[in-house]
Design a protein around this ligand. Structure first.
Ligand SMILES: [Zn+2]
Length: 278
């Protein structure tokens, strides 16, 4: 799809990429045996699998809304090597490709605040000073997730980076919601938990059509299997429980499922029995 975009009711959906990176396959697939997951994702020589960053731009009649915001330009050389990060084309260039400037973005919504979901929001200017990439936008975050970013547990510390949100908080650009909420006409957030306590899915609906942005709740297509739970989930039992009801609803309501980290195909339907790409 999506370079040319796709319609959802009166809304236009576009995928904006902030590049690809790699993560250890064992960390991604958790207790799933390697003999099974390597059939789905081929690891490289360092046992890493490739992860996309499929940010979702929603253009409604009233607003330009960006869901998720990539890894960004601030990784250290060491992190860049660990994650094999290639920022091609990068979020600002992706945005320019669809004819928009950063100041055209009205609202940013994030599933959660790990570095690979909000890393592009604050970028160093020419003088090295950090500035908001989207100067006019409000940035929607879930209250529990913000708490976790402020005071991360030891395991999450390297994922929640102070520099990714600090100046957005200081300059009053965060819009904090507590629980399920409608954050703009047709845009609803619903807490999933599982991956992190405050993780949310984002539901985009117009004229009775819905696309669900699943963030790390459904890490990749392979995680459509209820008992495939990522080793990166802090609350794996919660993930499985939520997934059962999520998938029932997605099939019943024929909701499109958007995978943030999946390489192609990254959009499609769950029929109740299998995945049907579009
Ligand atoms: Zn992620």
């Amino acid at each position: 799809m999506i370079a040319a975009g796709r319609k959802l009711g009166r809304f236009q959906l576009q995928r904006l990429s902030d590049g690809q990176f790699r993560m250890d396959g064992g960390a991604v697939f958790g207790v799933v045996p390697k003999v099974l997951w390597e059939k789905v994702k081929t690891p490289d020589a360092r046992n890493r699998v490739t992860l996309a960053t499929n940010c979702l731009l929603v253009r409604t009649p009233d607003a330009n809304i960006l869901i998720e915001a990539g890894v960004g330009p601030k990784l250290s050389d060491k992190e860049r090597d660990i994650y094999g990060y290639e920022r091609e084309p990068g979020l600002p260039a992706s945005l320019a490709d669809v004819g928009l400037r950063p100041e055209d973005i009205d609202l940013v919504v994030m599933s959660h605040l790990h570095f690979d979901h909000c890393g592009a929001l604050v970028t160093p200017g020419r003088d090295g000073e950090l500035t908001p990439l989207f100067p006019r936008a409000k940035h929607v975050v879930q209250a529990r997730e913000l708490q976790a970013w402020r005071r991360p547990d030891p395991r999450s510390k390297s994922s929640y980076k102070p520099e990714n949100l600090g100046i957005l908080e200081e300059s009053n650009r965060l819009l904090v919601v507590d629980g399920d909420a409608t954050v703009a006409p047709g845009i609803r957030v619903r807490v999933t938990g599982g991956h992190t306590a405050g993780h949310q899915a984002i539901y985009v609906t117009d004229q009775e059509q819905t696309v669900v942005f699943t963030g790390d709740f459904l890490f990749m297509r392979a995680f459509l299997k209820v008992n495939w739970v990522s080793g990166l989930d802090l609350y794996p039992v919660e993930s499985m429980e939520r997934k059962v009801s999520f998938l029932q609803e997605a099939a019943r309501e024929r909701q499109l499922i958007w995978f943030y980290h999946e390489t192609e195909p990254m959009l499609g339907y769950w029929t109740g029995e299998g995945f049907e790409p579009v």
